[in-house]
Ligand binder design. Structure first.
Ligand SMILES: [Fe+2]
Length: 266
């Protein structure tokens, strides 16, 4: 992804019934994915984002199953980096539906981690397949090419956290979560990010947001912690002998926030 590789497990999701299924994120081994599909008809191979590790066997699986590869239109430049000589079978836009086994998968465009990043909300079962935008304890990475932190925060707030708190979040990597567990921490992620940007030294790489309420480390020797205090989020860190504080309030509940930060000492 973004010119690099990371040691993570990439999930492949199957949604459907006994006769047909949609494959979400055909990664790494087309034969293994096809075997898991079994004898079911593959309605579509849907890519939640077009980074290489999530689409690398999508064309091969499409050939093996006769299904089309679909992803959001804005992801086409990323797709071409992995498959320059072959286009997908089609594109999906925001709010479009994919029908499978009597259910609907609704496309939710959630830019920020990647252009064209989309989540897929499964009707009637309180489930959303998020790909990379939202994980346990924070948003997806935005420190690499094609990523933007403000965009992913707005996407999470306006597209994902508006659904029922009991909605299950099936992630693209690692453990799953639910909307209700993640929603209160949005402001903490913003405060931690603000702090990391404030402390960033020239030429350093951006800091990754860590799970809320735990310590985090960043470029320039930054170390800190972010916590939620009622409706306010506070991040406190130390960098280059100085203490930095960032605080955010009302960001989620009021749909508008106040963001401040300050360095002390040094
Ligand atoms: Fe990923």
């Amino acid at each position: 992804m973004g010119g690099g590789t990371w040691g993570v497990d990439d999930k492949v999701w199957f949604v459907g019934g006994g006769d047909e299924a949609v494959v979400i994120d055909a990664a790494h081994d087309a034969d293994a994915v096809a075997e898991a599909v079994g004898g079911r008809r593959v309605v579509a191979v849907v890519c939640a984002r077009a980074y290489n590790g999530h689409v690398n066997v999508a064309p091969a699986l499409a050939v093996a199953t006769g299904a089309s590869v679909l992803f959001h239109l804005d992801g086409r430049l990323l797709w071409k980096r992995t498959h320059p000589g072959r286009g997908p079978g089609g594109y999906r836009c925001d709010n479009q539906r994919v029908q499978v086994a009597g259910r609907q998968l609704r496309v939710l465009h959630v830019p920020g981690h990647a252009p064209g990043a989309s989540c897929l909300r499964l009707s009637g079962l309180g489930t959303v397949f998020t790909g990379d935008p939202l994980f346990v304890g924070g948003p997806g990475a935005t420190g690499r090419s094609y990523s933007r932190f403000p965009a992913i925060i707005w996407s999470i707030r306006d597209r994902l956290l508006v659904v029922l708190p009991t909605t299950a979040v099936r992630t693209g990597h690692g453990a799953n979560t639910d909307v209700g567990d993640e929603a209160p921490h949005l402001a903490v992620w913003v405060a931690m990010r603000l702090l990391s940007c404030k402390a960033r030294s020239p030429g350093s790489v951006p800091v990754s947001v860590r799970p809320a309420g735990t310590s985090f480390r960043g470029a320039g020797g930054l170390a800190g912690v972010g916590v939620l205090c009622g409706a306010r989020a506070v991040a406190v860190g130390v960098c280059c002998g100085r203490v930095a504080v960032a605080w955010v309030w009302g960001f989620y509940r009021m749909c508008a926030g106040v963001v401040k930060s300050r360095f002390f000492g040094g």
